[in-house]
Design a protein around this ligand. Structure first.
Ligand SMILES: Nc1ncnc2c1ncn2[C@@H]1O[C@H](COP(=O)(O)OP(=O)(O)O)[C@@H](O)[C@H]1O
Ligand SMILES: [Mg+2]
Length: 292
């Protein structure tokens, strides 16, 4: 028998998303199972008027894949009085690697040594200070895309020359970071509502261990060494739902790389199938938010 419909204050839940992927399907199924009425708000057709207006939603789960659409969508919903998870501010901070690094530094969360060059030439100077090998990453990006290892100064000069030739002023900012001599894996932790749901190793023989690039997920035991930086990182960026990426350095110290505000959890879910249901826990968090 289906569960009785759950009331969310005066309005409904909106799930903001364009294409519905495997994770959104899981979320929709979990909402249906729990009897939570929701609208899939397709960002490809959604627009907002400026000025006061009413919307039929009290709460929104932001699963929009495009960073700018996600951030502006969250801002528009918030302005109309909708409680958005994650918040617009968290979405903006997580979506920008430099703002994330700054938030982690302020909260004293261990993270690799990082610098931002305001021009490609300045990034080269910053790299002289960081040392080689190093990495360059796009300010806005995911799935490991355009994360490039810089083995030495000659390599960096070449990559930065390409950077300078890219269109778009944002591409000319150089987010550069020390390369951590990590084992052939990183650690992905999912945090929901201030709780760690679990952790997986993502293993790959190459530099980038992203699942999108073929990284394999394996269960990872959650120890206090993992819990603390993961919870601190999620709190530092203000994310109620967070996918925290960590790497281990040579001494086994854990460093936070980034916090994903729209966490993809298919790999995580299959590695921890018998331990946690991520979609269900996200629904719990939404219901908890609705009760506030
Ligand atoms: N400083 C680093 N040292 C070693 N490996 C890194 C470093 N930064 C990133 N990586 C590897 O590259 C992957 C992608 O980097 P990340 O910062 O998470 O960007 P993205 O948003 O594209 O996932 C990480 O999961 C990790 O395996
Ligand atoms: Mg990542």
């Amino acid at each position: 028998m289906p569960a009785a419909p759950v009331r969310l204050g005066g309005g409904k839940l909106a799930v903001l998303a364009s294409r519905v992927g495997a994770d959104e399907k899981r979320l929709f199924d979990a909402l249906d199972r729990r009897g939570v009425p929701f609208d899939h708000v397709d960002t490809r057709r959604q627009w907002f008027p400026a000025g006061p207006h009413d919307l039929p939603w009290t709460l929104a789960l932001n699963r929009e894949i495009g960073q700018f659409r996600a951030a502006y969508g969250a801002r528009c919903l918030t302005a109309a009085g909708v409680d958005v998870v994650n918040s617009a501010e968290a979405t903006e901070v997580c979506g920008d690697k430099w703002r994330t690094t700054q938030a982690l530094e302020v909260a004293k969360v261990p993270t690799p040594r990082t610098a931002l060059g305001l021009t490609p030439q300045a990034a080269l100077d910053a790299l002289d200070s960081i040392g080689y090998p190093a990495l360059i990453k796009p300010l806005v990006g995911s799935w490991g895309r355009l994360v490039v290892q810089l083995t030495d100064r000659a390599c960096a000069e070449g990559v930065l020359e390409y950077l300078a030739a890219l269109p778009g002023p944002q591409s000319h900012l150089g987010y550069v970071q020390e390369l951590i001599d990590k084992p052939e894996r990183d650690i992905r932790v999912i945090v929901v509502g201030g709780e760690v749901l679990g952790a997986v190793y993502r293993t790959a023989e190459s530099l980038r261990t992203n699942v999108a690039l073929g990284g394999q997920t394996l269960p990872c035991e959650v120890t206090p060494d993992i819990t603390k930086p993961a919870l601190d990182a999620a709190a530092a960026v203000g994310a109620g739902i967070a996918g925290v990426d960590l790497i281990e350095d040579r001494d086994g110290r854990l460093l936070v790389l980034e916090v994903n505000h729209r966490v993809e959890f298919s790999g995580f879910q299959s590695a921890l199938a018998d331990r946690v249901d991520v979609a269900d826990r996200i629904v719990d968090h939404l219901l908890e938010r609705a009760r506030r």
